[in-house]
Design a protein around this ligand. Structure first.
Ligand SMILES: [Zn+2]
Ligand SMILES: [Zn+2]
Length: 365
């Protein structure tokens, strides 16, 4: 497997992307380089690594081999590569596109995984450093009194990984038309009678609708709930993809094609279009759609990598995941609950309910 590692032009140390500075930094000589500089310096090397036909062939062979060994119907199979820094043979899953060498801890980007049709269109670079991600996590734990003692220690999060996850995004322009029945009601009393007047309207709306940033995951085995919960991302900050952004992070290669996500995205697009037209119908108490037609005039799908800080930890034999949006800091996590503390919580809630019951009883005596 072809690999890339990004080296400092001054001292040859490993170069990684620094989210705080939005620059590439070298930990050894403290040199700083802009994304454009790094891209320029490495352009020729990236071209060599990703354009290598033999690599594509070898990847295909590994896939066949995995299938022969009974890894049926799966795009996840182990693949080995040799680390460009220390030469160690490292095994990853087939969807890993960037990682850290298990032996020498140097960043490695698996160039061939992102070539051709797998070349992402855009990347949202990490904007939240690992230190800030840990702070967010500790702040979240700080408010949770039910955590087991000693849980929210800093060492829990040394294993926090920055991972780029693949997503399909779509923008579309549609011509649409909707007809609906709108109802307006007026209720009044006169004497001991109640009157209701219902006015019924035929409502028609039509026009061009633009819908942007409808997305679907591009990885089958993504832990869906967790990652859904850290959205949204600010896509206005997305950059044209460059492989160097991945240096120092992990990255997953997509294993879902546009055709796999298209039906779901198109269905969402249709819903949003109908809703956009309905939102212009103001002043009705009730709106029922009679007909809805739409036609897609422009459609653009892009393949994007989005940044997430991830950690999974074990507590009492349970595996708990935690994720933080690498751009906005929005966090999602399953926190462990100390058994004794939870029992206490239930007792307090029960006592409160009892107290409220008493209070209510007193009030209505
Ligand atoms: Zn350096
Ligand atoms: Zn190594």
């Amino acid at each position: 497997m072809a690999t890339m590692n990004y080296k400092c032009p001054n001292c040859d140390g490993p170069l990684t992307f620094n989210p705080d500075k939005q620059l590439f930094t070298c930990d050894y000589c403290l040199g700083e380089f802009s994304p454009a500089q790094v891209q320029q310096i490495n352009a020729a090397k990236e071209q060599r690594e990703t354009g290598d036909e033999r690599e594509v062939k070898r990847a295909e062979e590994e896939k066949q081999k995995a299938k022969a060994q009974g890894v049926e119907d799966s795009d996840e199979y182990p693949v080995s590569y040799s680390c460009p820094s220390c030469g160690a043979e490292v095994v990853t899953t087939s969807t890993t596109a960037a990682t850290t060498c298990f032996y020498c801890q140097n960043p490695v980007v698996l160039g061939a995984r992102l070539s051709g049709e797998f070349n992402p269109d855009r990347v949202v670079p990490f904007a939240l450093s690992k230190e800030k991600a840990i702070e967010r996590f500790l702040a979240m734990c700080g408010k949770k009194w039910f955590l087991p003692k000693g849980f929210a220690g800093k060492q829990q999060f040394e294993k926090l990984n920055g991972v780029y996850f693949p997503y399909w995004f779509a923008d579309e322009q549609k011509t649409a038309r909707i007809t609906a029945t709108g109802k307006r009601r007026r209720v009044w009393r006169s004497g001991n009678k109640e009157y209701t007047e219902t006015q019924v309207f035929n409502v028609v709306r039509g026009g061009n609708v633009q819908i942007r940033n409808v997305f679907e995951r591009a990885l089958k085995n993504e832990s869906r709930d967790m990652l859904q919960s850290v959205h949204p991302f600010d896509m206005s900050k997305a950059q044209p993809f460059a492989m160097s952004y991945l240096s120092g992070f992990q990255a997953e290669k997509r294993d879902l094609d546009k055709k796999d996500v298209e039906p779901v995205i198109e269905q969402k697009m249709r819903q949003y279009t109908e809703q956009a037209l309905k939102d212009t119908m103001e002043g009705y108490d009730e709106i029922d759609t009679n007909s809805f037609e739409e036609h897609t005039d422009l459609s653009a799908y892009t393949y994007n990598l989005l940044p997430v800080w991830m950690v999974t930890y074990q507590y009492n034999g349970e595996i708990l995941p935690f994720a933080i949006n690498g751009q906005t800091g929005k966090a999602y996590g399953k926190l462990p609950v100390a058994a004794g503390k939870l029992a206490l919580a239930s007792a307090i809630v029960a006592a409160l309910v009892f107290a409220i019951g008493l209070l209510g009883g007193m009030l209505f005596l």
